[in-house]
Design a binder for this molecule. Structure first.
Ligand code: PBG
Ligand code: ZN
Length: 274
């Protein structure tokens, strides 16, 4: 992805210092383990890459909000978001991995955990595990309406997390089914989510608006890798203006009702807004 790279921990600290000095609201961390296995053990290891990065940033960049993506697909050898049993992802066994991962992130200093796996019951499982471990103040940003989308392509290549077989349509949502998305958001709230996220953003502005009108919690939207990359590709060809296109898309997501926008333009947008 243009302008983006996998970072070592010292470079993450530098990025976070810059993010803080630009006045960004926070950062979200994704991890790439040294090796992947069937158990996604790198996801919940106390000395996993995200856990070590959190400790380093917490120590060196105080005051920056740290969000973590809680999922398994970067850590499993098969690239699926959960435990594989007989060729299918086993929902309920996956919940234990997710809960362990979330607690390990909170222990390392995450203020917000953001489950992106789309297993049923994960928000309740994570809330219970966090509370039992004493992390009652750690918030949950649920990727509540996460669609099975073509727009994740560049991220999967960058994070080396494409499924080795099959696809994610058994656990991510059908792009045609808006009502199901609203139901998923309702479930996540009932299970204890503090904030709800719609992902991708631009193809689903209608759902951002409906979520904003219907639910009384902060609504986030994630302008994903494919949304970013297609704009960058057009900019590189000289077809569209970088700054205007960036700001127009972010404005549309804000206008639809998102109070928080996860996006790959953030540093440049912050510079323009300051
Ligand atoms: C992990 C995860 C993905 C993204 C965020 N968390 C990939 C996926 O679901 O395949 C995509 C982010 C992006 O495209 O920018 N489940
Ligand atoms: Zn995943």
């Amino acid at each position: 992805m243009p302008g983006h790279a996998q970072l070592s921990i010292d470079n993450v600290v530098r990025e976070c210092e810059e993010a803080r000095s630009l006045g960004l609201g926070g950062v979200i961390l994704f991890g790439l383990p040294e090796s992947k296995d069937e158990q996604a053990s790198g996801a919940y290891a106390a000395d996993g890459i995200v856990q070590r990065a959190l400790r380093a940033v917490r120590a060196e960049v105080p005051g920056l909000l740290l969000i973590t993506d809680v999922c398994n697909c970067e850590y499993t050898s098969h690239g699926h978001c959960g435990v594989m049993v007989d060729g299918d992802v086993d929902n309920d066994r996956t919940l234990q991995w997710l809960a362990r991962t979330a607690v390990s992130h909170a222990e390392a200093g995450a203020g917000v955990v953001a489950p992106s796996d789309m297993m049923d019951g994960r928000v309740a499982a994570i809330r219970t595990a966090l509370d039992q471990a004493g992390f009652v103040k750690t918030a949950i940003l649920a990727y509540a309406a996460k669609f099975a989308s073509a727009f994740y392509g560049p991220f999967r290549e960058a994070a080396d997390s494409a499924p080795q077989f099959g696809d994610r349509r058994t656990y991510q949502m059908d792009p045609a089914n808006g009502r199901e998305a609203l139901k998923e958001m309702q479930f996540d709230l009932e299970e204890g989510a503090d904030m709800l996220m719609v992902k991708p953003a631009m193809p689903y502005l209608d759902l951002i608006r409906q979520a904003r009108d219907r639910f009384d919690v902060p609504i986030a939207a994630y302008q994903v890798s494919g949304e970013y990359s297609m704009i960058m590709a057009a900019v590189e060809r000289g077809w569209m203006d970088y700054e205007r296109t960036m700001m127009e898309t972010l404005t549309s997501i804000h206008r639809a009702g998102a109070g928080m926008i996860l996006n790959y333009f953030a540093k440049d947008a912050a510079k323009l807004l300051s």
